[in-house]
Write a protein that binds this ligand. Structure first.
Ligand SMILES: Cc1cc2nc3c(=O)[nH]c(=O)nc-3n(C[C@H](O)[C@H](O)[C@H](O)COP(=O)(O)OP(=O)(O)OC[C@H]3O[C@@H](n4cnc5c(N)ncnc54)[C@H](O)[C@@H]3O)c2cc1C
Length: 341
């Protein structure tokens, strides 16, 4: 059986990582195909928080739902408000972000095929239910449960899990609750959007199984006057098991590469940053991407802190209480918790 068509680069997955990669390649006139299994681009379980140091300052205003220059941080023993002149974190609707990024990639000349699940990969071909395509370069931007990563035989040991409810109402404060007694090394959040808030919790799966995390979230929500009756739970995994991104003519970006933060679960900036870096590496094989190098350094620091906190509950309490105290007295910047520069 012959291939239906040849592309210079095939990207599997039209999340922020795949679309960022496609835009940079297509803008250079490279023949690029993005294959996305969902019919609609941008559908994804996500709290929609984007940091100023990462993506927010590069987005058009109409994509921003709400912007927060104050972050309310609570632990078992203290509460503090971190303030900044810039909005520290803004919220976006993931579907709107996806549509905007897809539109940009399309205008640059990328071909995007939605409703197209990749079912198999070979050394030369990408196979979907109804077609086969050959490639020079292959980019796995297919998220936490990446087929490309499995094809490369890279295991995933370090996985986080997040669960959220979209609670209707007008919420005005962005809240983080770090308390090892409730969420182990993870935390609960309130990220307000236009007519609702993402209220959820994240934790390293090795430190707290997802089912327990969800129960803890229910208790926490009830204690804050929020109830889950009639609301749907949205849950997904976040891969932070980074083992490299460049494997000959194949690459991994974003969650497929394990570049999300294991500490906070932040992964949108990691996806965009690595997607763009991979595109530049495909264009110029000698290219060294500085933002990606910084991201990988941050990723290592977050993983190290997570391991320390995961070693024992008391140590986790000491570290997290000290971290929040250091944020309060401005010994460290909130940016230390973010993946952006
Ligand atoms: C509950 C929760 C809350 C979160 N909140 C935040 C947050 O506030 N801020 C933040 O920065 N990050 C957050 N994240 C993490 C963030 O969503 C991810 O890190 C980010 O989406 C990764 O982008 P990506 O492009 O690598 O992968 P994805 O966004 O997962 O995109 C992968 C794409 O590949 C497609 N795909 C997969 N397999 C195939 C296949 N075989 N064939 C074709 N297509 C395929 C999928 O349909 C998907 O569209 C959260 C995650 C969770 C679970």
């Amino acid at each position: 059986m012959t291939a239906d068509k040849h592309f210079h680069t095939i990207i599997i997955g039209a999340g922020p990582g795949g679309l960022a990669c496609a835009s940079v390649l297509a803008a250079k006139g490279i023949d690029v195909l993005v294959l996305e299994r969902s019919r609609r681009v941008g559908v994804k379980v996500c709290a929609g928080g984007v940091t100023w140091s990462g993506l927010a300052r590069h987005l058009p205003e109409e994509l921003i739902e709400k912007a927060f220059s104050r972050q309310h941080i609570r632990t078992g023993r203290q509460q503090t408000v971190i303030a900044s002149a810039e909005p520290i974190i803004s919220t976006i609707n993931r579907e709107n972000l996806g549509q905007w990024m897809a539109d940009k990639a399309f205008r640059c000349g990328a071909t995007i095929s939605t409703g197209t699940q990749v079912t198999a990969i070979t050394a030369k071909e990408v196979i979907t239910g109804s077609a086969r395509f050959t490639y020079d370069f292959l980019v796995g931007a297919d998220g936490s449960n990446s087929l490309v990563r499995r094809y490369l035989q890279l295991p995933v040991v370090h996985l986080g899990a997040g669960v959220q409810y979209l609670v209707p109402g007008n919420f005005t404060e962005m809240v983080w609750h770090l308390d090892p007694d409730q969420f182990a090394t993870g935390y609960a959040w309130i990220f307000p959007h236009k007519n609702c808030a993402s209220v959820g919790a994240y934790a390293n799966r090795a430190d707290m199984p997802p089912k327990i995390l969800q129960e803890k979230l229910h208790h926490w929500m009830a204690a804050h006057g929020m109830h889950t009756a009639g609301l749907k739970a949205w849950a997904a995994t976040i891969n932070f098991d980074f083992r490299g991104f460049h494997f000959g003519n194949r690459f991994l970006v974003g969650d497929a590469a394990g570049l999300a933060s294991g500490l906070t679960g932040e992964g949108i900036y990691s996806a965009v940053c690595s997607g763009e870096a991979v595109a530049r590496t495909i264009i110029d094989p000698g290219y060294q991407d500085l933002p990606l190098a910084r991201l990988i350094k941050k990723h290592r620091q977050h993983t190290l802190l997570l391991r320390l906190c995961g070693a024992n509950r008391l140590l986790a309490k000491i570290i997290l209480e000290s971290l929040v105290a250091a944020l309060r007295v401005k010994m460290i910047h909130f940016n230390a918790l973010e993946m952006g520069e």
